[in-house]
Write a protein that binds this ligand. Structure first.
Ligand code: GAL
Length: 448
């Protein structure tokens, strides 16, 4: 029994005593472990947070645009800035050559519809954005980013309206370009004994004088630049109210005033170069710079090309004026970037958009591009004399939207209008062009 008792003692008393000690040892061991684990967790957590804060994003970010070659330096400067902030992100600068996006837009359409969107892509504020990608529900609403970045305070309301529908804000503007600009070389004007035309009558008077000296009065390039010229001529003939009315469906394309646009346009085309269809916009600009042509009407990316690529000085090597008959009117367009639904590496795209909309991003990009920053706090000391004059006009002029660069009409109209232009170029018949334009306007939901 004793033994048993001992045993019992052993069992009942001693063994439990040993078990308790073991239990206590185990418990305190566990406690220590817990403390260590907790400390480790705290340290890991803190370090993790610190790491996350400084932790650069990774992966690829594809930026899609038509800013290739001569058009590339401004975008490259912006991308370089991004790379400095996020060195572990590999930025793919995907460009498709062709002024005004003539080729890029078609490639983009295939990719977007095929479910292969780039991280972000260049798109014009206005109908090109809204009528193409927003109605198709392919863009993410950026309202919260606008709030977070304070953009409601720094971007003009009218511009935000161009990027918005009642359901959201769909892209971030990087610039403001002016479409209705006449470019020339001041020294050549003196040499040829002509002034800068204030209106189209004056142009038509001096054009024969230039031709007699072997100079092309007005340099023109490939097809889209013809539409670009048309919008400046239309603005001169119609004025801002009727131009606006045309796109709101309140003025028919067959109205006598609009027919006058085609009549004048036909006269002007007589004074352009015959090889226009084979020239890029840069080559048309080159004709002016080289003294082969007197004038060119082009958006102010031409100023970017002449200063950044050709290293010319604004105001000395080249001059500018509103296109004839459009003094006091600023025909605007804005390039912007958005967030496509299903964009790869979404966080990297959001950081890109923040840079695109930032003061320092815009004041890096725009002085090279020939455009101005839409931000009200832009640092104008970084811009040349041309851009400063554009910034002043942007503040004081009557603002209207460009047709050739996606502001006032949707892509459907744009594509069909290219056909209308072809019809006019071969027939030179204002009535026929007016009828055709009215038909495509109705099809595109513009006319009545
Ligand atoms: C416009 C665009 C400009 C410039 C130009 C010539 O549509 O907004 O930034 O690229 O085309 O390609």
């Amino acid at each position: 029994m004793r033994v048993t008792g001992e045993k019992l003692v052993g069992v009942v008393l001693v063994k439990p005593e040993r078990g308790k000690q073991k239990l206590e040892r185990e418990v305190s061991g566990l406690k220590r472990l817990a403390v260590v684990a907790l400390s480790l967790l705290v340290v890991w957590g803190l370090t993790g947070t610190a790491l996350a804060a400084s932790s650069p994003l990774r992966g690829e970010l594809e930026i899609f645009s038509w800013w290739a070659g001569d058009e590339g330096p401004a975008l490259q400067a912006l991308i370089d800035k991004y790379k400095t902030a996020f060195p572990n992100v590999e930025v793919i600068n995907a460009t498709v050559t062709g002024g005004a996006g003539i080729n890029a837009k078609a490639v983009l359409k295939t990719r977007m519809l095929g479910g292969d969107p780039p991280g972000s892509f260049q798109v014009h504020a206005g109908q090109e954005l809204i009528g193409t990608w927003v109605v198709a529900k392919r863009m993410e609403d950026l309202t919260s980013l606008y709030n977070q970045e304070g953009w409601f305070k720094v971007f003009p309301k009218d511009l935000i309206d161009l990027l918005s529908t009642k359901d959201g804000i769909w892209s971030v503007p990087v610039n403001i370009h002016r479409s209705n600009v006449l470019w020339y070389v001041p020294e050549n004007m003196k040499k040829w004994g002509v002034g800068v035309p204030q209106n189209w009558d004056e142009f038509l008077q001096i054009a024969p004088k230039l031709q007699k000296q072997g100079v092309t009065p007005l340099a023109l390039g490939e097809n889209w630049t013809v539409t670009h010229l048309w919008e400046s001529v239309a603005l001169a003939v119609l004025g801002p109210e009727k131009w606006q009315a045309l796109w709101e469906g309140n003025l028919s394309f067959t109205n006598p005033d609009v027919i006058k646009v085609w009549e004048l346009f036909g006269k002007i085309l007589q004074y352009t170069n015959r090889d226009a269809a084979s020239l890029t916009w840069q080559q048309a600009t080159d004709m002016v710079v080289k003294g082969e042509a007197a004038f060119n009407i082009m958006g102010d990316w031409a100023a970017g090309y002449m200063t950044t690529t050709l290293h010319l000085t604004a105001g000395k090597d080249f001059g500018w004026a509103p296109s004839p008959g459009t003094k006091g009117i600023f025909m605007m367009l804005a390039d912007s970037f958005g967030l496509p639904v299903g964009a790869p590496n979404r966080q990297a795209v959001i950081e890109w958009l923040k840079l695109v909309g930032s003061r320092s991003g815009q004041d890096t990009f725009n002085p090279l591009k020939g455009s101005i920053s839409p931000r009200l706090d832009s640092d104008l000391s970084k811009y040349n004399t041309y851009s400063r004059s554009a910034a002043q006009d942007w503040q004081t002029n009557r603002i209207v939207g460009s047709l050739a660069h996606g502001v006032v009409a949707n892509e459907r109209f744009m594509n069909d209008f290219a056909t209308v232009m072809e019809i006019f170029l071969s027939s030179r018949n204002p009535q026929a062009a007016a009828q055709a334009a009215q038909a495509v306007a109705i099809q595109a939901g513009i006319g009545r």
